[in-house]
Design a protein around this ligand. Structure first.
Ligand code: PLP
Length: 406
């Protein structure tokens, strides 16, 4: 494989940091990824050379910043294979994207008694917005439960769909378990009943090649910071046919066409959904992050991360005290587990002192924890800059945790 992890690690300045005088081992990539120098440099470059509010500016800097922002939109469009740049909307992140879709879609299409199918595997960001709009319009959120491996069944979905179903929303990849969901099949089933599907891609976009036209999804959202880009920037892909019909989510800024005291008309897509001064600096830096990912190749990334997952899985399986939570057949590089008799916070705190960053707790998926009747897990999530040597250190660290707690 054309993949030299040591060369790649040179691109990420933070990986040289010491934590408590120990080399940083960063296994919290599902929460946020580290940034390559190209992205950090781009942010500095924009503020140093091109900073100016975008759109409708007549001067050089404004035009330059606008051009760079719209170039970033094209980079995103090509990366996910959206049919048009009108279908790529910039948001603050996946959460804002889902709130926008939920509110705007519901205002147009959800009425009293309607049903919204939400999987039990969702991050709170893809459950709470739907609960809020369901309450507002008198609709119902229908739980699509997963099995004990952490997998969703198409047969169960079929049994939940009925004439009242207005939208199905599901993640591409579960953040707490790493399950890769069969979104192609989900979308086919939904479309056979003319039901649109929203995919929360926050945990997929950095691991799996996404082609929104091939998937035929109606909406796909993700956050920049999970794909090696900055925080505070995210993307909605939406089919033009829906976005054209949906009302604006917020008012003000570039989302207007004309305004009088009596009436406002709205701008065309995608600007109709981008109210206020956009986060153009981080938009441009997100474009840089995607270019960086493309230079390595998402398929190379997926293959290497799968190698890391299998290596870690085999290694941790040799520790009898470990109980794995979520054992789906198709997974990204996320391992969730508990150690018998040891609270995940205690384990995480001790690993931290060894320079190993893992996430502990509910991972913003309390319904997932309730399903397993646990109060949290230890989650190690790997990125393509991680190594097998680091996984060996995690193994050694866990052995020490177990020894310490007797
Ligand atoms: N959806 C999933 C599956 C996630 O993992 C996350 C964040 O962890 C989100 C949504 C929310 O993303 P953000 O906090 O970047 O808006």
């Amino acid at each position: 494989m054309n993949f030299d992890v040591n060369t790649i690690r040179e691109d990420f300045p933070i990986l040289k940091e010491k934590i408590y005088n120990k080399p940083l081992i960063y296994f919290d990539n599902a929460a946020t990824t580290q940034k390559p120098k190209a992205v950090i440099d781009k942010i500095v470059e924009v503020y140093t050379k091109y900073n100016s509010n975008i759109h409708r500016g007549v001067h050089y800097l404004s035009n330059k910043a606008t051009t760079l922002t719209e170039e970033a939109r094209q980079i995103v469009q090509n990366f996910i294979n959206a049919g048009s740049e009108k279908e790529v909307i910039f948001t603050r992140g996946a959460t804002e994207g889902i709130n926008l879709i939920a509110n705007s879609f519901a205002e147009k299409y959800i009425n009293k008694g309607d049903e919204i199918i939400v999987s039990e595997l969702e991050h709170h960001s893809n459950l709470v917005p739907w609960q809020l709009v369901a309450k507002k319009y008198g609709a119902k959120v229908i739980k699509w439960p997963f099995n004990d491996k952490g997998e969703l069944s198409i047969e169960v979905l079929k049994s939940l769909i009925n004439d009242k179903t207005k939208i199905i929303t599901v993640n591409h990849v579960s953040n707490s378990l790493g399950t890769i969901n069969p979104i192609e099949d989900i979308i086919k089933i939904a479309h056979s009943k003319s039901i649109p599907v929203m995919i929360d891609g926050a945990q997929a976009i950095q691991h799996i090649a996404v082609d929104v036209q091939a998937l035929d999804c109606d909406f796909y959202v993700f956050s920049g910071h999970k794909i090696y880009g900055p925080t505070g920037i995210g993307v909605i892909y939406g089919k033009e046919k829906w976005l054209e019909q949906m009302p604006p989510y917020q008012g003000g800024g570039e989302m207007i066409d004309t305004v009088s005291f009596e009436e406002t008309t709205f701008n065309e897509l995608p600007f109709k959904f981008e109210a206020g001064t956009p986060n153009y600096v981080d938009t441009i830096a997100l474009g840089e992050a995607i270019k960086y990912v493309e230079s390595i190749g998402i398929d190379n990334i997926a293959a290497y991360e799968h190698e890391l997952l299998e290596y870690a899985q085999k290694k941790l399986e040799t520790i009898p005290q470990i109980e794995f939570i979520g054992t789906a057949t198709n997974k990204t590089s996320v391992i969730s587990f508990n150690i018998k008799g040891i609270h995940s916070f205690d384990a995480g705190t001790i690993l931290d002192k060894m320079g190993i960053a893992v996430r502990t707790g509910t991972h913003c998926t309390e319904p997932v924890m309730q399903h397993f009747n646990i109060n949290g897990t230890i989650r190690a999530s790997f990125a393509f800059y991680n190594t097998k040597e680091e996984i060996n250190e995690l193994y050694n660290g866990l052995i020490k945790v177990i020894e310490l707690f007797g």
